[in-house]
Design a protein around this ligand. Sequence first.
Ligand code: NAP
Ligand code: MG
Length: 504
Amino acid sequence: MLTTEQWIERAKNLRPKADLFIDGKFVSAVSGKRFDTLAPRDGSVITTVARGDGADVDAAARSAAKAFESGVWSKTDPRHRQAILTKFSDLILANREELALLESIETGHPIGDAMNVDVPSAARSFRWYAEALDKIYDEVAPAPRTALTLITREPLGVIGAVVPWNYPLIISAWKLAPALAAGNSVVLKPAENTNLASLRLAELAFEAGLPAGVLNVVTGLGAEAGQALGRHPLVDKITFTGSPAVGRMFQTYAGETNGKQVALELGGKSPHIVFEDVADIDACAEAVAWGIFYNAGQTCHGGSRLLVHESVHDRLIEATIKVAKQLKMGDTLDPSTQISAIVSERQLERVLGYLDIAKNEKVDFALGGNRVTPAEGLEKGYFVEPTILTNVDNAGRIGQEEIFGPVLAVTKFKNTAEAIELANASEYGLAASVWTQDLTRAHKVVREVRAGTVWVNTFDVADIIVPFGGFKNSGFGRDRSLHALDSYTALKTTWINLGSDEPK
Ligand code: NAP
Ligand code: MG
């Protein structure tokens, strides 16, 4: 691993490509407009990015549709797609330092996480779907002997992928890998704050042999480029991760245009439910602290609520504070940093706004609660201390709303029924965890909790092998696993008349 000084030196010398990637080339926006992208660690301008709008989305969607119809990718032998996606995965790993730096400098993810989590996870997604794609068989239905009925999967066409800023590489890979593996063409619209790693990713895909037009990236603003993609008639499906409000806009865009499919993965307010018989308070505290403070709390399934039995409340809070105090907050580019900046000034203000709300709700600040400067020279960076709020009313704004920062809301319960009620008393249902030694209770609680993922005696362990998505206002789309691959295909029925059952 490079040293902090070496990373800072590399960051200074970065000359990232920040135009639109359309039809296999970097191009300026038709309007010629650009916008600044900033480094959360110190608020400095990294570079300017092309501000694509409807005209650019149209060019990208046409390029994607043309590539799809030509069959250069969509009609190729699965083994050809496998070879190219495998090479792409290898190229991601071969360019790990560059991708990690682009991701880290723009998102504020600690460089160590970008190197060890973001880049390898993205590479693994492409490799996993590449490996899978020649191992999936279609179906023959049990028709009478006078017919042969085939159920086959075909790619959908053009996929519009709209992603947030919290994990640009990982979330893009969760969408692009299955969409491309299935033979679709894609137009990716990254979040306006985080474009650079995605643009490099598209360039590497092209270098790996992905034909021009099969993967396009249109950077720009949500209301311009995002909306244009959502409304484009050549787009067959939108796969979206972000806020519930914008997710619903995509449903409206689809309804008002071509009725394209829309898959939504939205936010969460995921609870840990800790019972009095939790086996190991320290292990639980470790999971609770990392579950909310990792990536400064900017994780859609982050464990932002802690529901804890009153008899273990004090011990668990004490242990969680101990872990939180040991987490090293620091410069994004310091490899020893464990927690770093919030993505943007806007999100910083939003988190600080919630801390003011917390003061009005009269919750107790057991830890943190302030903006900080973790190192010299980072005074303008967007840093918030790990914060633990106790005696939170689950029905109040702190208990209900997605803060998307390093803020844990703690509420006590007295019995299992109350724990389940509190867990489900949320508009969200993305994830939850249950901590108990009682296997029967664990299974019963898992069944009752309305969430797309429920962990038992752990938190935030995940992999491409299992689906990820929500219930309720957390959306209904599922990224990861073979189910995601399936969601980028359409079923075709072929009914072949074999005439009479007499052998010829
Ligand atoms: P967002 O506004 O929902 O943005 C998600 C994506 O949609 C971005 O690419 C965004 O582009 C685009 N978009 C925004 N407005 C649009 C519009 N009117 N039409 C079409 N596309 C549009 O989410 P955000 O601003 O990144 O974060 C807001 C909140 O969403 C967070 O505080 C958090 O609560 C939640 N969130 C959830 C997740 C998750 O993984 N579930 C991730 C991030 C955020 P621009 O970036 O250009 O606006
Ligand atoms: Mg936004």
